[in-house]
Design a protein around this ligand. Sequence first.
Ligand code: T3D
Length: 261
Amino acid sequence: MSYETILFDLTDGVATITLNRPDTLNAFNDTMIRETTHAFKQAARNRDIRCVVITGAGRGFSSGQDLADVQAREGDFSIGDHLRHGYHRLIQAMVRLEKPVIAAVNGVAAGAGVGVALAADLRIASEKASFILAFSRVGLIPDSGVNWFLPRLIGYARAYQMAITAEKVRADQALAWGMVNAVVSPDAFQDEVNAWAQRLASGPSLAFGLTKRAMHRALTQTLDDALAYEAHLQEIAGRSHDYREGVQAFLEKRPPQFTGS
Ligand code: T3D
């Protein structure tokens, strides 16, 4: 499938989705929301893909909703429907994908662009990256899952502060707050992202996917329910090739050859 607004590359088990509207700092128009969602759904179907990286072309990660498109809307436009039929499907496709997703945040992320970065499992930020909850600058509340993800990651007070001030949070601050996993110099950024992605793509992918499911489920579960669900999922992981291989490799004092099955 060829896309108009994103680039899609698959190399050595790593799918890279590049948001590709650099003139707008990769603002989301309807096509880009739809195509990015499609790419994540393809990643779920394709067994050759064991890790997904999402990044931005040019100097931005994503500036969020395309405001020129907003200006061009006609009639009684429902933002609620736009979210339900657009961004929600994208965020859900990312979270439901049982493979690790890395947001390689190369530059500024604003508005829904922050939501997309937060829906990834790991965030690796360039020193040039920044995060702006720009929603309140245009009189909106955070959306695209930001209200769910951000207080869980950095706590309510910091998340609310980001929402109401709409001030830029730089990469080093984001790291100190626990919003990103690593900050890397621009020169080393691509190599570092590739190293993380390759490591994940050659890991026990089934276990990585089940871990994602278990942790997301646990966020809204009681301890008893979480323990029960862990046992259920460990039953699955425990019957995998990768578990047998991992144990055998340990006993033979050699690196494991995981296949993701
Ligand atoms: O209605 C709904 O559907 C609800 C959904 C809402 C979700 C949301 O995401 S709401 C929030 C929308 N996003 C914003 O409000 C951010 C707008 N952008 C900015 O505030 C700034 O561009 C940045 C802080 C992100 C970066 O600033 P800076 O100075 O580095 O770059 P710039 O010069 O402002 O932008 C560069 C170009 O990108 C510029 O175009 P030009 O002048 O070179 O032709 C600018 O107009 C364009 N651009 C940046 N952001 C957007 C955009 N064009 C369309 N939509 C954008 N969001």
